[in-house]
Design a protein around this ligand. Structure first.
Ligand SMILES: [Zn+2]
Length: 249
């Protein structure tokens, strides 16, 4: 990161009224959460459990819950970093209207962003939900069922309970995608922090914003296919950059 990088991003943020932040794995790797798609990441070590298999197979559910309670996937239990806190400050200041995230780690909420301002397009791994009635369950309240080797089902409707993530093979959450699209259309700065922009349909949002007249800034360690459309591209770590930017606003 250079001083000019921080100046350039600070300039864009200062001149914007509706900043929409879009985050991916890159903001959370700085908190020690593995990027599960990268080489050496979680999915190169163990196969994801498809939604259809989870629903159809008790063994698949058992394996899924074992990964949760053994923390095999490493999705939860980390702490927010400087990047998350900078975003939280910008939300608090009214500069950022919403945070769209592909992450399931709850770190935006943990850093102080109100739940109502976080749009989770891939769900959340820090709690569970009944697949039938939607009732929320805290993970620790379910642990004894896993320890007793019981199938984990809803106490109200007997539906299957699963972590609140969007699994491979599971439909995207319609309400969240609709809200995210609306936010992208209203943005005057769409700020990508730590996403390689390869997982669709979420990755279509920056161009939705750009086509509607927003500025687009992409901050990611590696280049992305959407860099040619961006007003600013910085290939750098997020925490140090955002700390420097906050000092300039
Ligand atoms: Zn239920």
């Amino acid at each position: 990161m250079t001083e000019t990088d921080a100046d350039d991003l600070a300039h864009l943020i200062r001149n914007a009224h509706r900043v929409v932040v879009f985050t991916g794995a890159g903001i959370s790797t700085e908190s020690g959460i593995p990027d599960f798609r990268s080489p050496g990441g979680v999915w190169s070590k163990m196969k994801p459990i498809m939604f259809q298999d989870f629903v159809a197979s008790r063994d698949a559910r058992r394996e899924a819950w074992t990964r949760v309670f053994n923390r095999t996937a490493g999705w939860t239990g980390a702490s927010p970093n400087a990047g998350h806190y900078a975003v939280a400050q910008l939300v608090e200041a009214g500069k950022v209207t919403s945070v769209i995230t592909q992450n399931v780690d709850n770190l935006h909420q943990d850093s102080g962003v109100p739940d109502s301002k976080v749009i989770e397009v891939h769900g959340n791994a820090s709690y569970a939900k009944c697949l039938t009635c939607g009732k929320r369950y805290e993970l620790e309240a379910l642990r004894h069922h896993w320890e007793a080797d019981e199938d984990i089902t809803c106490m109200f409707c007997t539906g299957l309970i699963k972590t609140a993530t969007i699994s491979f093979g599971q439909a995207m959450p319609e309400d969240e995608m609709a809200r995210a699209t609306e936010e992208a259309l209203l943005a005057d700065l769409f700020l990508v922090l730590g996403s390689s922009l390869v997982v669709y349909p979420a990755a279509s949002l920056p161009l939705v914003a750009k086509k509607a007249g927003s500025n687009l800034a992409i901050i990611n360690r590696e280049a992305t296919e959407q860099d040619p459309y961006a007003d600013l591209v910085l290939n750098t770590d997020i925490g140090p950059l955002m700390s420097a930017v906050m000092g300039r606003l």
